[in-house]
Design a protein around this ligand. Structure first.
Ligand code: PGA
Length: 220
């Protein structure tokens, strides 16, 4: 069971409050060093596919590794929605990061419009088709309509999507989208839910800890 906290473009809690927690933390770039120094398992929120180069505003895998960062999120829906990330650029980032020795959490998920149009499986199939299994690759199913909205997928919806995802690509699958201490147990108990990618609730040390404690009680 893997719990990852995505702090997005928020400052996030004091890393000292999370010492010893069995979780991955994905802070802003300026807080990576603090998290690494606190001994947290620290991931970036994105990573470029080139080792170095003229790519203003991007970050390269070797620079992350030099800092002690051990992995990265890739293809978060906010990157896809607001910053032009495509299935092709996601694939390039994932491949390069894994080749460099980083762990990767690659995010997939459908929009509200796509779900209502009955296109969920088609969208997931397309997003997953560009990825290949790798021992350090974890997927996150994050239905876009459930992110930051307080609208969580029901445990049954999550289970159905996770089972479909695993039929396409053999990898552990985290659920993400409004995971909170009070809904974590029901979601994490689903047989194909292997953990959670937590946004808003990870900004508060107490609620991230509560979710980790719930995860630790669920037999894998
Ligand atoms: P949320 O975000 O928990 O605030 O919905 C999840 C995510 O975007 O990773």
């Amino acid at each position: 069971m893997l719990i990852a906290g995505n702090w997005k473009m928020f400052r996030g809690p004091d890393p000292a409050a999370l010492v010893g927690l069995d979780a991955v933390i994905c802070p802003s770039y300026t807080r990576l060093r603090d998290c690494v120094e606190a001994g947290l398992t620290t991931f970036a929120q994105n990573v470029h596919w080139e080792w170095e180069g003229a790519y203003t505003g991007e970050i390269a895998a070797p620079l992350l590794l030099e800092l002690g960062v051990v992995g990265s999120l890739v293809g978060h829906s906010e990157r896809r929605q607001y910053f032009g990330e495509t299935d092709e650029t996601v694939a390039k980032r994932v491949r390069a990061a894994l080749d460099a020795g980083l762990r990767v959490i690659a995010c997939v998920g459908e929009t509200q419009h796509e779900r209502e149009g009955g296109e969920t499986e088609e969208v997931l199939r397309r997003q997953l088709a560009v990825l290949e299994p790798h021992p350090e690759l974890v997927l996150a199913y994050e239905p876009v309509w459930a992110i930051g909205t307080g609208r969580t997928a029901t445990p049954e919806m999550a289970q159905e999507a996770h089972a479909f995802i695993k039929s396409q690509l053999d990898a552990p699958v985290l659920y993400g989208g409004s995971v909170k201490p009070d809904n974590a147990a029901a979601l994490l108990s689903q047989p194909d839910v292997d953990g959670a990618l937590v946004g808003g609730a990870s900004l508060e040390a107490g609620s991230l800890k509560a979710i980790c404690e719930t995860a630790a009680r669920i037999p894998s």
